[in-house]
Write a protein that binds this ligand. Sequence first.
Ligand SMILES: *Cc1c(COP(=O)(O)O)cnc(C)c1O
Length: 360
Amino acid sequence: MSRIFNFSAGPATLPQPVLEAVAAEMLDFGGQGMGIMEMSHRDKPFMQVAAEAEADLRTLMNIPANYKVLFLQGGATGHFSFIPMNLLAGKTRADYILTGDWGKKAAKAAKDFCSVNIAATSEETKFTTIPDRAGWRLNPDAAYVHITPNETIHGVEFLDTPDVGNVPLVGDFSSTILSRPVDVSKYGLIYAGAQKNIGPAGLTIVIVREDLIGKVLPGLPPIFNYAEQAANDSMLNTPPTFAWYMAGKVFKHLLAGGGLEAMAAVNQRKAEKLYGYIDREAFYTNPVDKACRSWMNIPFTLADAEQDAAFLQGAKAAGLAGLKGHRAVGGMRASIYNAMPEAGVDALLDYMKEFVRTRG
Ligand SMILES: *Cc1c(COP(=O)(O)O)cnc(C)c1O
């Protein structure tokens, strides 16, 4: 068996030691004579896995005690709607900062439930920057301010948490959660689909300050109600047990590797290697403002788009997959999440250099 380097934006590559550990207990989890996938979520062994995953995530992210951690479904896209349903709490307005297509989608979904104020957008730059904080037109009556800390398609990342005063800050961390330390106390709510930096698709993590939940829009089904889910340990119905279990394995793997500070050091080094080369080599271009370049998703174009197909074909032959850029941006995109080894970035750089030498 030989594994390739998978640069897919999501679902994405997972840590090999985690995959090996999961494979080893696929048929028999902990001497139970059955796999974890086949077990009731109410059985003790799974309940323990679930509780440990939450405890480990709390340790990893240093989550304060007054925050609930929920293991839900629906994807980040589902929560684009569940968030206003849960957080409006009698208010009628929410602020959105747009730095890419995911934030745009989140704002559009919220329009079904409240009056959405686009307090700032960098769309006129084709989402290659973050609007200057001083120019944000925030509404003091907003129920929350929504940002997308890392825009997966455009490769634009907030490298600092913006100060929005007393209005709760909500962040769609789908493609950057666990890539670096984050001060959870600066957010009212953090959410992330698992399939980029956590584990398999089907799990969505919500970390929410407990005083913000419980006052939902009338008619909201309990399954979408964060307070109900919190009161039931995210087990109002059958949770995505396998994804939850695997996320727990990833959390333990990260803790054993030194936690998020250690991850951040590696991630920064990986990203700087790639940006450094792209900036030095005229054949490749990354259009994003240097102050907000993503550590996780690095889009780049070739000087000659006619060569895109040859680039991708050669990459595949060299064991480098998933590099085709998003259709909204074109060109290439290298997603280098936590689980992408530094050797994968080195292999990509070698290939990019070789491509310029032979075709550039
Ligand atoms: C992938 C992604 C989404 C969509 O996630 P789903 O789980 O497919 O709904 C939303 N926001 C961001 C930032 C993403 O990267």
